[in-house]
Design a protein around this ligand. Sequence first.
Ligand code: ADP
Ligand code: MG
Length: 237
Amino acid sequence: MRILLDNFSKSFGSTKVIENMRLEVAGGEMLALLGPSGCGKSTTLFAVCGIHRPTGGRIFFGDRDVTDLPSQARNVGVVFQSYALYPHMTVAENIGFPLKVKGAPAAEIRKEVDRIAALVQIGKLMDRRPSELSGGQQQRVALARALIRKPDVLLLDEPLANLDAKLRLEMRSEIRRLQRETGITAILVTHDQVEAMSMCDRIAIMKEGEIVQIATPAEMYNNPKTAFVAGFLGNPP
Ligand code: ADP
Ligand code: MG
C-alpha cells in the first residue's frame, strides 16, 4: 500500500517542526527516515500513524485520504523503542490483544496468534510473561502484535535502540525478512545510518524538519547531495 505525505506540516504551538514535506513510499517498499535527534522523524511517523494530526497537508494510504482518521481506523502496525507489552498478559494474550479488542472469536484469535508466532519464531514462548523474556524476544512479540491484524503499513520508531549490539544485528535481518515475506509497506525511523543502509530500499535523510535527500543506500553513499548527507553517512567528500 503506497503512503503519500502531501504538503505535510506539523507545528506544536508556535514551533514549526515540519513544513510542506512531500514523501512517497511505494507499495511494498521499506523506507528509512534517517537523521539526528530532534530533526522531526518521530513527528512525521506519528502523523502517518494517526497519533498526531497534521497542522497542514494530507496523508494518503493508496488512494484513501486517512488524514482525518484515528489511528485504529488506519490499519497500521506500530513498534516503538519501548516495547510496551502488557506485563500481566502472556505472550499469546499480548499478541492476540488487537484481535480481541476487535471482538474476534477465540478460535480465530488462537489460529492467527499461532500463525504470526511461527512467522516471528517465538512459538515456544507463548505462555510466558514479558518479564520472562529477553529484550530481543520482547521485540519479536511487539512485532507479532503489530502484524497480527495484517496491517497495510508497518511503522517502526527506533525499534532496536534498546537491544545490545549482537541482538540488534540479528533483529535487523529478522525485521527485513518479515517485511519482505509479508510484502508490507514499512517506514523505519532511525538515527543509525548502518541500520538504515542495511535494512531499507531507500533512505530519506532529514535535517531540521526537511528531507535533504532521498535515494537508495548505494546512490546515497556514492553520490551524497550535500556535505551534511556525506557527513551523516560517514563518507565526507
Ligand atoms: P526525532 O524523532 O527526529 O528525534 P521529533 O520528531 O521527536 O524528533 O522532534 C522534532 C522536534 O519537535 C523537536 O524539536 C521536539 O522538541 C519537537 N516536538 C516533538 N514533539 C513535541 C510535542 N509534543 N510538543 C512540542 N514539541 C515537540
Ligand atoms: Mg524520535
